[in-house]
Design a protein around this ligand. Structure first.
Ligand code: HEM
Ligand code: HEM
Length: 392
C-alpha cells in the first residue's frame, strides 16, 4: 500500500507541476486557477493531498507490523534502518509539500514547525536559517522546498525503496511464524498477485471517495504580518508541538525526540536472548503485556496532560529554579521514573524475555505519542488551550 501510494504521489505530483508556479506572487493563484479552471484539477490536487496523509499513516502501520512480528531483528536490522529513513523522507516530502500552496495555513505551519529547530543547542538557529534560507519563511524558502519536494526527495525515495525491496528478498522474504503452515511455499501468481490487486483497488477507491468529498485545505493568501490563532504545526508534528505545551523547549523540541530516534534506531542491535517467533506480539504473555502497556499509557498520558494543563505548573511551584530545571529536568526525570517502574513491574509480573520487554516499552511510548498527537490535532483551540473538538 505504501509503495502504491508513492506511485500515486509521483503521478499526481507530475500533473500538478504542469500548473504550479513556485513563487510567492504566483503560487497561490496557480492553485486557485488549477482548482477552478482545469478539468479535474481539484480532484488531482485532492488525491495528492489525501494520498500524502494516508502514506504517513500506512507507513507508520507498516512500521508497527514489522516491529510487532519481530521483523526488525537479525537478519533484517539494516532494512529496519532503511525503513526509518524512508519514513523520514515521507514525512519530509509531506512537510515540503505543505508550504507549496502558500496560503495562511501553509505559511504559519511551516513557520511554527521550523521554529522548533531553534531549540537545538548551539546550531539550532543557524540550522533553522539554513533550512528556510533567512530569518523567516520567504520566496527562497518556497523555491528550495519546491525543488526538494519535486525532485530531490522523490529520487531519494525511489533509490531507497529499491534497496528496501532488495533487502526483503535477500532476507529470504518476509518474516513468517517459525514452524507454521505459512512456511509452505506457493507460487506468487495468482496467490499473492490477486490479493495485492484487491488491496490496491480498495485503497484507490477509498482515496477517491476522500478526494471527491473532502477538499484539500486552502485558506486565504499567506500574510507574514498576521498569524493564525491557533498556529498549528502540520498534523504529523502535532505530538512534538503538544510536548512543547508541557516541557521546556530544550526537552520537548530536542532532547526527547533525539532520544526517541536513537532508541528506535538501536532496537535491532540489542543482544536478544530469544529470537522473535514471527508471531504477532511474539507470544501469549507478549500479547497480554502489550495490552496492559497500551491501557497504562492511555490512562497515564491523558491524566498527565490534564494535570499539566490545569493543576501542576512546575515553574510556579519552584520559582527559584531556572525553567530548564523546574519545567525541564524535573518533569523529564518523573517521566523516566514512571517508565522505569512500569518496566520493572511488568517484567516481573509476566516474566518477560528481552524481546517481550522491549515490545512492552515500545508500545507504551508509541501509544503515548499517538495520544499526544491526537490531543494536538483535535483538542487544541484558540491560544492552544485544551478545547473539545466540536468547540474548535
Ligand atoms: C512521497 C511523495 C509525496 C508526498 C508525500 C507529497 C505530499 C504533498 C503535500 C502534502 C502537498 C500539499 C498539498 C496540499 O495542498 O494539501 C503537496 C503539494 C505538491 N506536490 Fe507533492 N508529494 C509527493 C510527491 C510529489 C512529486 C513526486 C511531485 C512532482 C514531481 C509533487 C508535486 C507537488 C506539487 C506541484 C504540489 C503543489 C500543489 C498543491 O499544493 O496542491 N509531489 N505534495
Ligand atoms: C515508503 C515507505 C515504505 C515502503 C514503500 C515499504 C515497503 C515494504 C515492502 C513492500 C515490504 C515487503 C513486506 C511487506 O509488505 O510488509 C517491506 C518490508 C519491510 N519493511 Fe518496509 N516499507 C516502507 C517503510 C518502512 C518503515 C518505516 C520500516 C520500519 C522502520 C520498514 C521496515 C521494514 C522491514 C523490517 C521489512 C521486512 C519485513 C519482513 O521481513 O517481515 N519499512 N517494506
Amino acid at each position: 500500500m505504501a509503495a502504491l501510494l508513492i506511485v500515486i504521489q509521483f503521478l499526481t505530483g507530475i500533473m500538478l507541476r504542469f500548473y504550479y508556479e513556485p513563487f510567492p506572487g504566483l503560487a497561490y493563484d496557480s492553485i486557485v486557477f488549477l482548482q477552478n479552471n482545469v478539468l479535474f484539477g481539484r480532484l488531482i490536487r485532492n488525491i495528492h493531498h489525501w494520498s500524502g496523509v494516508f502514506l504517513v499513516i500506512i507507513t507508520f502501520l507498516h512500521l508497527l507490523r514489522t516491529f510487532l512480528t519481530g521483523a526488525y531483528q537479525s537478519p533484517r536490522q539494516v532494512n529496519w534502518i532503511i525503513g526509518l529513513l524512508l519514513l523520514a523522507l515521507v514525512i519530509f516530502s509531506n512537510f515540503t509539500g505543505y508550504l507549496l500552496p502558500w496560503d495562511q495555513l501553509a505559511y504559519w505551519a511551516i513557520t511554527v514547525s521550523t521554529s522548533i529547530l531553534s531549540y537545538i543547542p548551539l546550531i539550532g538557529n543557524s540550522l533553522r536559517e539554513f533550512i528556510i534560507a533567512g530569518n523567516e519563511v520567504n520566496a527562497d524558502t518556497l523555491l528550495i522546498f519546491y525543488n526538494l519536494h519535486s525532485s530531490v526527495l522523490p529520487i531519494l525515495i525511489l533509490l531507497l525503496m529499491a534497496y528496501h525491496f532488495w533487502r526483503v528478498r535477500k532476507a529470504g522474504g518476509v518474516k513468517v511464524p517459525n514452524n507454521s503452515d505459512e512456511k509452505k511455499i506457493v507460487p506468487t501468481y495468482p496467490n499473492l498477485v490477486y490479493k495485492e490487486g484487491v488491496v490496491a483497488l480498495v485503497l484507490i477507491a477509498v482515496i477517491l471517495v476522500f478526494a471527491v468529498f473532502a477538499n484539500a485545505p486552502l485558506l486565504e493568501l499567506a500574510n507574514p504580518n498576521y498569524s493564525l490563532n491557533p498556529t498549528k504545526a502540520p498534523w504529523y508534528f502535532a505530538g512534538i508541538q503538544e510536548l512543547l505545551m508541557h516541557f521546556h523547549p530544550f526537552f520537548a523540541g530536542f532532547f526527547i525526540p533525539l532520544i526517541a530516534v536513537v532508541l528506535i534506531s538501536y532496537l535491532p542491535f540489542l543482544k536478544y536472548n530469544d529470537e522473535a517467533s514471527g508471531k504477532w506480539f511474539h507470544s501469549d504473555k507478549g500479547k497480554k503485556s502489550a495490552i496492559v502497556s497500551s491501557i497504562f499509557a492511555l490512562i497515564v498520558t491523558i491524566t498527565l496532560v490534564i494535570l499539566s494543563e490545569y493543576l501542576i505548573n512546575f515553574e510556579m511551584l519552584l520559582p527559584s529554579l531556572p525553567a530548564f530545571i523546574s519545567n525541564g529536568l524535573i518533569p523529564f526525570a518523573i517521566l523516566v521514573l514512571i517508565v522505569w517502574l512500569f518496566y520493572k513491574v511488568i517484567k516481573k509480573k509476566y516474566n518477560l524475555s528481552l524481546t517481550e520487554s522491549v515490545q512492552a516499552i515500545f508500545i507504551l511510548i508509541i501509544t503515548s505519542f499517538i495520544i499526544l498527537t491526537l490531543t494536538g490535532i483535535f483538542f487544541r483551540g484558540v491560544d492552544m488551550a485544551l478545547t473539545l473538538p466540536w468547540n474548535l
